[in-house]
Design a protein around this ligand. Structure first.
Ligand code: 5AD
Ligand code: SF4
Length: 483
């Protein structure tokens, strides 16, 4: 996409186009003028800082925000306190994420009192939650811009509205089936990128707020996904992470339905692309076809994130997960048979309403049987509006804490044992960055997504090199490049 060419052909004196993305190109042009004037008044280029909370989806959305901000003339500033425009891209999966945002806003208020020209924007999942916008309107009047998860593509338009009006701008949509393509984005890494393949979720797991804040499932057209990846690869990307709340149900609601496995096969065909990852997989929708494709693929990484949530079939039913403990174990067996050295990671919730010691022991049993390479363990958080929040048998905090600690040590012990097992092997490592502590080292990831530090140079960033894993230190390895 040549945005300069598009902008040079856009008549900014005319009315805004109604169709997308042309409308947003128009507003990018408008915003540029306004930002240039503000920068002249300030005597320096305007600086932005986007802070991302939560998951990979949000990280990708933040790249889209940054892309638009750069297009309209802002420069990136890592320090929130120095930025002229601070944006929090929020998460609301667990309550403590919301508390952190309110805390950070309190701090920013002090800064804004000193610098009234500073802009503060809030977006992401938390904004889609009922009550949050009311609270912000009442107690956080200094916020300039509030928008949700369905209309981030309108960012340039919202900025123009704010700069022209001087009032708090709020634009939240309940839901949409619109997907707007071909807008700027600014990748954090030059050599790897997330790629949205679908938005929203239809599963309504009974503890989860995501379907309420991200809306119904919508898949992008395969041609659009392939064109985007192709473009990225020509721009230096060697690894993509296909993103969706439940990638295994990709394509079901398209006019010409297609399975996730078929999409993967097509992505695999893209010349120059070296590695493919994806997340998240829902066990209930993971097909034999996908396992088959993974077994024969040369590019799909040997890694899968397969959230378990609980090992108790009784609780899984109440969670609305649509699989049993036995289904899950069988699935893992199938995957391991097809891809023997695959790394499996998972999410587990402790303290779901009504969880008994017996239920919890079932979870530990699955953890011991599957031997996850790593697991994200979460204390159940009561999210207003979800069915689980209304359940009466919430588990007392002390019991949850105690179970959480037991689970964590089980997970860590297995994880350490598994990583130690790979010492001595040689793995292909994608070099990602200079080591933050020791500049003579570089840091990269194996196909299994393990982190490896080894002696190397900045020129290697973005390339894949063979590295022997010499020593495992819990979550990472020290290695030596094989020449
Ligand atoms: N409480 C705790 N963890 C949750 N997750 C989702 N909702 C909740 C909740 N209410 C976890 C699930 C999911 C991950 C992204 O967050 O494990 O897989
Ligand atoms: Fe939430 Fe379940 Fe959807 Fe995952 S699949 S986002 S846990 S509702």
């Amino acid at each position: 996409m040549d945005i300069e060419k598009i902008l040079s052909e856009t008549d900014l004196a005319a009315k805004a186009p109604v169709s997308e993305p042309e409308r947003q190109y128009y507003y990018i042009g408008k915003a540029r003028e306004l930002v240039r004037r503000r920068a002249e008044e300030a005597g320096h280029p305007l600086r932005f800082c986007v802070t991302t909370f939560g998951c990979q989806m949000n990280a990708r959305d933040s790249e889209k925000l940054a892309g638009i901000l750069k297009q309209i003339g802002y420069v990136e500033e890592p320090d929130e306190d120095k930025a002229d425009f601070v944006i929090f891209n929020t998460c609301t999966v667990r309550e403590n994420a919301n508390q952190r945002v309110y805390g950070r806003l309190g701090q920013l208020h002090h800064e804004k009192k000193k610098r009234p020209d500073m802009l503060i924007g809030l977006c992401g999942c938390m904004m889609q939650e009922p009550g949050v916008v009311e609270k912000l309107k009442k107690s956080y009047r200094f916020v300039d811009l509030i928008f949700g998860t369905h209309n981030i593509y309108k960012f340039a338009e919202l900025i123009v509205t704010r700069l022209m009006s001087d009032r708090m701008v709020i634009d939240i949509w309940k839901d949409t089936d619109q997907i707007v393509e071909n807008l700027p984005n600014d990748r954090k890494y030059s050599f790897k990128s997330g790629v949205n393949i679908m938005f929203g979720c239809n599963n309504f797991c009974s503890y989860c707020i995501v379907p309420y804040v991200r809306g119904r499932e919508r898949s992008r057209e395969p041609e659009d996904i392939l064109a985007e990846i192709d473009c990225m690869v020509r721009d230096g990307v060697v690894e993509v992470m296909l993103l969706g709340q439940n990638v295994n149900s990709y394509g079901k609601n398209l006019k010409n339905p297609i399975t996730f496995a078929r999409l993967l096969e097509q992505v695999e065909q893209i010349g120059g692309l070296e590695r493919i990852r994806f997340m998240t997989s829902h066990p209930k929708d993971l097909s034999d076809e996908l396992i088959e494709v993974m077994a024969h693929s040369k590019k799909i990484c040997k890694q899968m994130h397969l959230p378990l949530q609980s090992g108790s079939s009784r609780l899984l039913k109440i969670m609305n997960r649509h699989y049993t403990k036995e289904d899950y174990l069988l699935l893992v067996e199938k995957i391991r048979k097809a891809v023997p050295d695959i790394s499996l990671t998972t999410d587990i919730i402790v303290g779901f309403p009504g969880e008994t010691e017996e239920d919890f022991k079932e979870t530990i049993d699955v953890v011991n049987k599957v031997e996850f390479d790593s697991a994200f363990t979460f204390i159940y958080s009561r999210r207003t509006g979800t069915p689980a929040a209304a359940m009466e048998n919430q588990v007392p905090e002390g019991i949850v804490k105690e179970r959480f600690d037991r689970l964590l040590s089980a997970v860590q012990e297995i994880s350490a044992r598994k990583t130690a097992g790979a010492v001595g092997t040689v793995q292909d490592v994608l070099v990602e960055e200079i080591n933050a502590q020791d500049a003579s080292l570089v840091t990269g990831r194996t196909s299994q997504n393990y982190i490896v530090h080894f002696a190397g140079s900045p020129s290697q960033i973005g390339s894949i090199v063979p590295v022997r894993l010499d020593e495992s230190r819990g979550f990472y390895y020290m290695g030596t490049q094989i020449i």
